[in-house]
Design a protein around this ligand. Structure first.
Ligand code: CTP
Ligand code: CA
Length: 227
């Protein structure tokens, strides 16, 4: 009798996946964040685990259950996410950066709750967070790096710029205005651009199916020499 077994083509790989938003505190009850359900990153972690990889998922706050068989590290801020990923970089063979990291954080975090009555003309003083992906790229020792690009305008141009600026092997570009795709949805569409400039367009499909397609592309790149 024939038994259908899942592909175990990722066995031997150790995959570090980031997912979800980060939250940058303003005071004990308020924060600055990005739109992100975490579904794409969780789907990637699940798919890599199902295909035989050891997976660590570093996740910002989401409403999703922890994927079975995956080690989950929960973080809140961009700084915490950066530390959690950096300390596991040397363990990993592949890093997939699907988190929606906040680009700015409040310069000062109020210890006590800010009272609206005291704020006649409220202004948030912000500072940039570090670019985690660019930082991992600078520190890497042979790991394959996969980044994401969330865009609204000229998708290919912006995504190519990010691929080069951050020095990654593969970028997953999302047009966040695509109907039925993206934030909160179980479906997504993406354009993959690799380090050699090869482009592949993946139309609307389930995030799990898209995760497997991204893993196919990453595995092909991992098999050819990593720069
Ligand atoms: N990223 C990161 N650290 C940050 C910001 C982004 O590691 N502080 C990563 C994201 O996880 C993603 C990639 O960089 O893999 C691109 O993120 P994106 O928000 O699309 O681009 P940015 O470089 O932040 O530029 P902008 O938001 O201005 O388009
Ligand atoms: Ca950003």
């Amino acid at each position: 009798q024939a038994v259908l077994l899942p592909r175990r083509d990722w066995s031997g790989h150790r995959v570090l996946v980031s997912a979800g938003p980060t939250q940058e505190p303003i005071d004990p009850v308020r924060y600055l964040s990005n739109r992100s359900s975490g579904k794409m990153g969780y789907a990637l972690a699940e798919a890599a685990q199902a295909r035989g990889a050891s997976v660590v998922l570093v996740t910002g706050p989401t409403a999703l259950p922890h994927p079975a068989g995956v080690e989950v590290v929960s973080v809140e801020t961009a700084e915490e996410m950066s530390k959690a990923l950096t300390m596991r970089l040397s363990w990993s063979t592949v890093v997939i950066m699907s988190a929606a990291v906040a680009d700015f954080r409040p310069k000062h975090r109020a210890v006590n709750k800010l009272k609206k009555r005291d704020l006649t003309n409220p202004v948030l003083d912000l500072e940039p967070t570090g670019d985690i992906l660019a930082d991992l790229s600078a520190r890497r020792t042979g790991q394959l790096l996969v980044g994401f690009a969330a865009e609204t305008g000229d998708l290919l141009r912006h995504a190519r710029q990010k691929l080069n600026a951050k020095g990654v092997d593969l970028i997953v570009a999302n047009d966040v205005t695509t109907p039925g795709a993206g934030f909160g949805s179980d479906h997504n569409a993406a354009t993959l651009i690799d380090r050699d400039g090869a482009i592949s367009e993946l139309g609307l499909r389930s995030k799990r199916r898209l995760a497997d397609d991204i893993l196919d592309a990453a595995l092909r790149l991992a098999r050819t020499a990593v720069r």
